[in-house]
Design a protein around this ligand. Structure first.
Ligand code: SF4
Length: 459
């Protein structure tokens, strides 16, 4: 890629518009509070009859302090006792949920996200492990990952996580530069990240991901290059390098950031390009939007073999699993339905006290949604579309079904993002920087302009 030339910047100016990240389709803004309980009941009935393996997500919402850039659903508190109460309610939720699944359905994937899962102390982590074992059956080869805030993770936390079966860790790093850390109110000396990484490996949690963010205040190309140089020395297996999503209308704490300190769009793009151009020399492949993995990692292998998928945790080799999500605000994902729990902690607790699952919103996938979801996930995960393959898989004629979209793609082809061929289309290396924009062509909800302000910009 001959990058950072004026023509690439022109593309960024043209395509840097608000758009979804497509961890789901329909996306969360289309979920509705107006639903009929029978839809849920039908979903639970189907679940009770299926012994297919499952994925379990548990949201731990608490954090000790606020990072000003944060876009997650969290509660800031220093009171660790709130973790005990939350676990009481997770237990109630597990009891109700376990009644809706087949007794032989095993957990093949577990993920603790947040907030900050390591807000829980080691004893609370052990209790959570017991609760999972009491209510679900675990596959012998479970992929068990935990999001870790290195600032709140002691060796005892790691020992407890290992004891309950954790075998993967994702560390929030964001940026190693002190000025950037001050600007975002997240002080995390590099030594802390280094120490936690070493302890994870010492205790046999060997699959490690680092989350970085580009586009933060006080970042510039040179500071970001140094961040990359720093983190590469710790040789994590994967990097997620996210574009900072500035949506202060939805995340009011982001208003605390000084907008004058944000890098320019060319600088921000330069950071992504730098990562894409330099990480391969350190043995990492560019998986797609935001993600890099060691060439030997299963994500890189899945990309090469065309089996890569995407879900709420980003790219995955297990995204086809039905996801059961527990905790406030979490989103379960079945073949026909997305189900989101209440985002308000007291309502989440009160609903469970009344013996009901704390469902707040759902999205039922129509036949058309399923078709579009498959195409969008293909765009996000594969880099090419074969009309006949998709037509066969979805029992449609791709050319007829997406006649208008194919017309729209001609403009993206003229801009060099993809190449239309008689059998389909191939996404170019430059087009891989604009996967969201290509996917957006197939998103029929985007015509409803009222949703657009809910998304971050695509670059
Ligand atoms: S970035 Fe992570 S640790 Fe910081 S406030 Fe958000 S969820 Fe909590």
């Amino acid at each position: 890629m001959n990058l950072l030339k004026e023509d690439l910047l022109d593309l960024v100016r043209k395509y840097n518009v608000p758009g979804p990240r497509y961890t789901s389709y329909p996306t969360a803004v289309q979920f509705s509070e107006e639903f009929d309980g029978t839809q849920l009941e039908k979903n639970y009935e189907r679940r009770r009859e299926s012994s297919n393996p499952l994925s379990l997500y548990i949201h731990i919402p608490f954090c000790f302090s606020l990072c000003w850039y944060c876009g997650c659903t969290k509660i800031i508190t220093k009171d660790r006792g709130r973790g005990d109460v939350y676990l009481d309610y997770l237990e109630k939720e597990m009891q109700l949920v376990s009644e809706t699944i087949h007794p032989n359905a095993q957990l093949k994937q577990i993920h603790f996200g947040g907030g900050t899962p390591t807000f829980l102390n080691p004893e609370q982590i052990r209790r959570l492990g017991k609760l999972i074992n009491n209510h679900f059956s675990m596959h012998s080869d479970v992929e068990f990952s935990v999001e870790i805030d290195p600032r709140t993770c002691s060796e005892e936390h790691i020992i407890a996580l290992k004891e309950i079966g954790c075998n993967r860790a994702s560390l929030g790093v964001q940026d190693t530069n002190e000025e950037v850390q001050k600007a975002i109110r997240r002080i995390q000396p590099f030594e802390v990240t280094k120490e936690v990484t070493a302890q994870l490996r010492k205790h046999g949690i060997n699959s490690i991901n680092f989350d970085l963010i580009y586009g933060l205040p006080k970042q510039n190309l040179s500071s970001f290059k140094q961040t990359i140089n720093d983190v590469v020395t710790l040789t994590p297996d994967r990097f997620a390098i996210y574009s900072y999503a500035h949506i202060p209308s939805i995340m009011p704490s982001q208003k605390l950031l000084n907008e004058a300190d944000f890098p320019s769009t060319p600088d921000k793009l330069g950071m992504l390009v730098h990562a894409i151009e330099t990480l391969p020399a350190s043995g990492y492949s560019y998986i797609g939007m935001d993600h890099f993995a060691k060439d030997t990692d299963e994500l890189s292998i899945a990309l090469k073999e065309g089996t890569l998928q995407r879900n709420f945790q980003g790219y995955s080799t297990n995204a086809e699993l039905e996801m059961i999500a527990l905790g406030m605000s979490s989103i379960s994902q079945g073949p026909d339905l997305y189900i989101q729990n209440d985002k308000d902690l007291s309502t989440y607790y009160n609903t469970l006290d009344s013996g009901k699952l704390p469902v707040k919103k759902i999205a039922r996938l129509t036949a058309e949604d399923k078709i579009r979801k498959a195409v969008i996930m293909h765009v996000m995960c594969r880099g090419e579309i074969h009309f006949d393959d998709i037509s066969d898989k979805l029992s449609i004629s791709f050319r007829d079904h997406f006649y208008e979209e194919l017309e729209q793609l001609k403009q993206l082809e003229a801009d060099g993002l993809l190449v239309l061929v008689p059998t389909g289309f191939n996404i170019t290396p430059i087009g891989r920087l604009f996967l969201r924009n290509i996917a957006m062509v197939f998103d029929e909800y985007l015509t409803k302009a009222r949703h657009k302000s809910a998304y971050s910009k695509t670059v």
